[in-house]
Design a binder for this molecule. Sequence first.
Ligand code: UD1
Ligand code: CA
Length: 452
Amino acid sequence: MNIVILAAGQGKRMHSNLPKVLHPLAGKALVSHVIDTARSLSPKTLCIVYGHGGEAVRTTIDAPDLAWVLQEPQLGTGHAVMQALPYLGDASTTLVLYGDVPLIEAETLKQLVHAARDALAILTVELPDPGGYGRIVRNDAGVVVRIVEQKDATADERSIREINTGIMALPTARLAEWLGRLSNDNAQREYYLTDIVGMAVAAGLPVRTAHPQAASEVLGVNSKVQLAELERVAQRRTADRLLEQGVRLADPARIDVRGELVCGRDVFIDVNCVFEGKVVLEEAVEIGPACVLKNAQIGAGSRLAAFSHIEDAIVGPDGVIGPFARLRPGTELAAGVHIGNFVELKNSKLAAQSKANHLAYIGDAVIGSRVNIGAGTITCNYDGANKFKTIIEDDAFIGSDTQLVAPVTVGRGATLGAGTTLTKDAPPDTLTISRARQISIPGWKRPQKAKK
Ligand code: UD1
Ligand code: CA
């Protein structure tokens, strides 16, 4: 089939400088949801009709399999499809989708396209409140005869609750003729795509209807209110999918997945966590409340306590992380690593069983196994212009409040005394300490404020 995605509408009611179809839903542009679903149907051609000011849509979304069609000015949905005609392949069916109806499911579209083999097929749904939509007019035998827009409808027609979702599958061979015959003699002075339904009936071609599994599939976005409503629908869908896979969610209404979340067996996720990009949680991982994970992999059996923030990082199995831990890009933790509160890691590797439990900054470091990093330890990795590496070998013990001025190496089994400022390599199996000797001065007096 051919697929045409209509995305030329302005989206005035979004009150935004960003074109409507670029607004994110579950971390992905509205139109990208539609494009991805369209791709899953392997169309012969995939056209996107975009409008004036929509250049940003094209540059943001462009890919080799997309044909871009500028519609300027925008004279209606029929006019929009007409602009795409020269780009359509010779596939027998052309499917029309809306760029601002993001939650449509591939399964629904397959049924619609199936219904269109020797017919024109429209996706319809019955709504308790059909206000604003085009209505499906059927004859006494229940056969569809035409679609009437709200603004052109009689009072009787407005009482019809079956509405046009706008999504339809059309016989490509008839399109040019039908679109050529459209007129804009209607309440909105637009060329309505919906008018071809009446033409199909007149030509003796059957008109069939298909219906979505859930009405939420065909909800459109015209305002921030609707965008927020659809976000909840999308998040709930993802949460239900996770629950069905066996993930335990403290509350399926309080999780946000803005990308892909892959979970092993017996994963638990507490409330208010945000997952972005691709996140993998292996078997029996537990995520505490209010954690943020972006492009991360968490090894089997690891536990993240509340408010941990993890980006472009890998946590090995059986890790104990947080609360308030920050793992920045390039962090790689091996098995059984403990990272405690207010510890920031960047571009650093920690081998198995190493611990940094309190208040530390570890940047550009390679740390061996069973190393203990004391509270307040800082790798001074940056001189204002260049970054330098810190190496800490297996079984080293870094005393509290130590600064490691990189480049520097702490040898295997070495101990650094608390408060050390390390500027030269520390030899293995040795205590290195750099602080001044402690003295007490008898009779010393604090400075006094002058009496007035
Ligand atoms: C359209 C349908 C209506 C249906 C409703 C469902 C027609 C005439 N009416 O009405 O039966 O119930 O959708 O939401 O088709 N667009 C363009 N170029 C244009 C006009 C629109 O690309 O010149 C795109 C818009 O970006 C949008 C879609 O087509 O994605 C629908 O446009 P919209 O103005 O929302 O259509 P409605 O008047 O609501
Ligand atoms: Ca609309």
